[in-house]
Design a protein around this ligand. Structure first.
Ligand SMILES: Cc1cc2nc3c(=O)[nH]c(=O)nc-3n(C[C@H](O)[C@H](O)[C@H](O)COP(=O)(O)OP(=O)(O)OC[C@H]3O[C@@H](n4cnc5c(N)ncnc54)[C@H](O)[C@@H]3O)c2cc1C
Length: 341
């Protein structure tokens, strides 16, 4: 069966902000062969190519020209188990949370803190997803990608991917690689990570003696559901800004002025600040405009109040950035990717 492209398809159901913009051409790809076919067609027609997974880390700024390729490949397997670890592999189009649940059902440990993050496996390395004290790079083994510059398939290991806080090679060289499948190294015994205080408190309240990764996953899901708006009801892309990293000196100077400021020293000597706290201090929590707003419970989340365009979201984001810069001298960096004209 040939590849099917849809002209002028609405992207509203394909992004969690629910922004209603169109793709000039859209196709769903389910295999490496279909992907190659789609890229060849785009080359032939001179269409620029954009990749889409679950659309949960995007702001659509306008119609998307060229070909939007939606990754829908499926499949996951245990490659091998040896001793204390197991190597698993999943296709790019797999749903991330379903992979987490599958791994826990197999008795494998490590992904529990990353439960319920929306989106696909293939997009997870792009921003090195992280939550509750764990980042993808902690469990990452390698990935296979199609290098669009050379047309060749390549395997990239952890160093190649240049992971950092919400950053990777794939953000630094956008458009170059299509991630096809990801390999993760999981533990065959529980290795609980309970450094995040609300998670540790919820765990302790249960009074369980043995570590249990499935219970931790359930607690993470409960905390996330209580804190974050469900995109099916209120369009959003999760945290809109990255937590700023500052030098120890800058953090000390800020702490002298705002002694209650949350701050998290990092292994490299820098200090991570909480963007949500800064935005809340500046009075933006619960702020609303005609079509967009800042979530009432979570200052880091911008929401679509109904019919928002990318421009509405970006205008609010810019106002918040300018205000934070004026008050705290810090530049907040946006976390989602901008797509469209
Ligand atoms: C309610 C909510 C909560 C969230 N919580 C978290 C959280 O706790 N931690 C966190 O890190 N993130 C979080 N996010 C952000 C988001 O879920 C992640 O960034 C996720 O990995 C995005 O996956 P996606 O498939 O939706 O990517 P998309 O939004 O579709 O794409 C994101 C970027 O990746 C590129 N891309 C997609 N697939 C591929 C591929 N196969 N190869 C190469 N590039 C590709 C796209 O071109 C785009 O640039 C949250 C989002 C929401 C809506």
């Amino acid at each position: 069966m040939g590849l099917e492209c849809i002209r002028g398809a609405s992207l509203a159901p394909l992004n969690t902000f629910g922004i209603d913009e169109c793709a000039e051409q859209l196709c769903l790809v389910h295999s490496d062969a279909e992907l190659r076919e789609a890229l060849a067609l785009a080359d032939q027609r001179g269409w620029p190519v954009q990749l889409l997974g679950g659309g949960s880390n995007l702001v659509l700024a306008g119609p998307v020209s060229g070909l939007t390729v939606v990754m829908r490949s499926r499949g996951r397997r245990v490659v091998r188990r040896n001793g204390d670890s197991a190597l698993i592999e999943a296709e790019a189009g797999e749903n991330w949370h379903r992979l987490v649940v599958w791994s826990l059902d197999l008795g494998l440990h490590g992904l529990e803190n990353l439960s319920l993050i929306p989106g696909t496996v293939g997009a997870a390395p792009v921003q090195n997803i992280g939550a509750y004290g764990v980042e993808l790079c902690d469990l990452f083994d390698s990935l296979q990608a199609l290098d669009r510059r050379t047309g060749a398939l390549c395997w990239l290991n952890r160093e190649d991917c240049r992971f950092a806080y919400r950053d990777s090679l794939f953000k630094q060289q956008p458009g170059r690689y299509v991630i096809l499948r990801v390999r993760l190294r999981l533990h065959t015994r529980p290795v609980p990570r309970l450094d995040y205080a609300p998670l540790a408190a919820a765990w302790q309240a249960l009074g369980l003696k043995q570590p249990d990764s499935r219970v931790i996953s359930r607690l993470v899901c409960d905390i996330r559901r209580s804190k974050l708006p469900d995109p099916a009801r209120l369009g959003n892309a999760g945290s809109f800004f990255k937590n700023p990293l500052v030098s120890a000196e800058q953090a000390a100077a800020m702490l002298a002025r705002w002694p209650g400021m949350p701050h998290y020293p990092q292994v490299d000597g820098s200090v991570k600040l909480a963007a949500g706290w800064l935005i809340e201090q500046a009075g933006w929590k619960g702020h609303s405009r005609e079509r967009v707003g800042v979530h009432r419970e979570q200052a880091l989340v911008l929401v679509n109040l109904g019919g928002a365009r990318g421009g509405d979201i970006m205008a609010l984001a810019r106002d918040i950035q300018q205000d934070i810069e004026r008050r705290f001298g810090l530049q907040l960096e946006m976390e989602p990717q901008l797509l469209g004209n």
